[in-house]
Design a protein around this ligand. Structure first.
Ligand code: SIN
Ligand code: CO
Length: 377
């Protein structure tokens, strides 16, 4: 298990969305959760999102995985980096590292990206719209971070795939060693260069943009066949200016627009569904054959654990603990099963040392049969 060696609450108060910083020894005696060879193995898998970035002779190139064995048989000594997105979805140790950041909510968490960098490897100077904690594993990298982007940086696209900027003056310039953590809020330019072959782990957080909320809400309204009404105004009067939109008509139409957003249940369901959808592929496999409730009950009675698919988002609203949003789906339970539902959302394992009502077993069976939780046989 990984444990942060600093107070996340104090860190958040001082730095979150404010300033980049380095937390020296953020993990004590850090041990890499994965080897470079295992990482290469992941990048050969069809369902895993990976990239290979090379910067030999200052010429940038970026290639998407999956990669073949051959790729790793003939690698140059230096100037390249292998990147695997959402490694926490596919690797248990990576998932455990991500778990140590659980004081930050699941709805904000995006993924754990892992980079193996050969000497001088990196992705060049760039700006992300993510909050990221970059945990240094084995090796050493030098990190530079510049002042927040206020439109002063010039974009330069490399190899038609890499979004870089032309350069920046560093406000941070430091070498990270195993266990050190660099935090970068959105909008601060940064660049890592590799001094010694390195593994680094980027724990990324992404909040939705206003335009995403609006466009996804419009899709939600259409999908649920809501708001299928025209403006109704029996008090309507004639007007002398044919081309004019009266202030009163603008007000009625604006009210219509607002009214959709003033349905608290609609908005909370919409947010739950949107925020519980992962942006990266998940290892969801429905069991075959399906489990029967009795078998699930027997498994728990025999002290067997049941695991949540790594990276699956299961969320609930603070004031509504009998509804969960799991991978974009709404799951409602009776009040009596609220405690189970919230622990399903908060924990990654269903621990067997509790009593389960028949309705609780039915819920767990349904989730296992959807492939959202699984039983190791
Ligand atoms: C890197 O490790 O070079 C890429 C990580 C990042 O800049 O976000
Ligand atoms: Co970055």
């Amino acid at each position: 298990m990984y444990q942060l060696n600093f107070s996340m609450a104090e860190f958040v108060e001082q730095y979150w969305h404010k300033q980049p910083t380095i937390i020296k020894g953020g993990f004590k005696d850090f041990v890499d959760p994965i080897s470079p060879e295992e990482l290469a193995g992941l990048s050969m898998e069809e369902e895993v999102d990976s990239r290979f970035v090379s910067n030999h002779d200052n010429k940038w190139s970026a290639e998407h995985g999956p990669f073949s064995e051959d790729k790793f048989g003939q690698l140059p000594q230096s100037h390249w980096q292998l990147i695997v997105q959402a490694a926490n979805h596919w690797h248990q140790g990576a998932a455990q590292l991500a778990e140590s950041f659980k004081q930050l909510p699941n709805w904000l968490f995006d993924d754990l990206m892992i980079c193996y960098s050969a000497e001088h490897g990196g992705v060049g100077p760039h700006i992300d719209q993510y909050d990221v904690f970059i945990v240094q594993g084995h090796g050493k990298r030098q990190w530079k971070v510049g002042a927040k982007d206020e439109g002063q940086y010039k974009e330069s696209i490399q190899a038609s795939a890499l979004r870089q900027i032309e350069g920046f003056d560093p406000i941070i310039d430091q070498v990270l060693e195993p266990g050190d953590i660099l935090y970068i809020p959105p909008g601060f330019p940064h660049e890592g260069t590799t001094l010694e072959p390195s593994m680094s782990y980027s724990i990324g957080y992404r909040s939705p943009k206003e335009q995403e909320l609006i466009s996804n809400f419009a899709d939600f309204v259409l999908a649920h066949d809501m708001g299928d009404t025209h403006l109704h105004d029996p008090e309507f009067k004639t007007q002398s200016n044919f081309g004019q939109i009266r202030q009163s008509d603008l007000a009625s139409l604006t009210k219509m627009l607002h009214s959709a957003l003033e349905q608290p249940n609609t908005v909370s369901d919409f947010m739950g569904c949107l925020l519980s959808q992962s942006r990266h592929q998940l290892d969801i496999v429905a069991p075959e054959p399906l489990w029967k409730a009795e078998e699930v009950s027997n498994h728990l009675a025999a002290q067997g654990e049941i695991y949540k698919v790594s990276g699956l988002k299961a969320l609930y609203h603070e004031t509504e603990t009998n509804v969960a949003y799991i991978n974009g789906e709404v799951i409602k339970v009776e009040e009596g099963d609220s405690a189970l539902l919230t622990s399903l959302c908060n924990e990654s394992i269903i621990a067997p040392e509790q009593t389960f009502s028949p309705s609780a077993i039915a819920l767990i069976t349904d989730l296992v049969n959807k492939g959202y939780w699984f039983i190791e046989e």
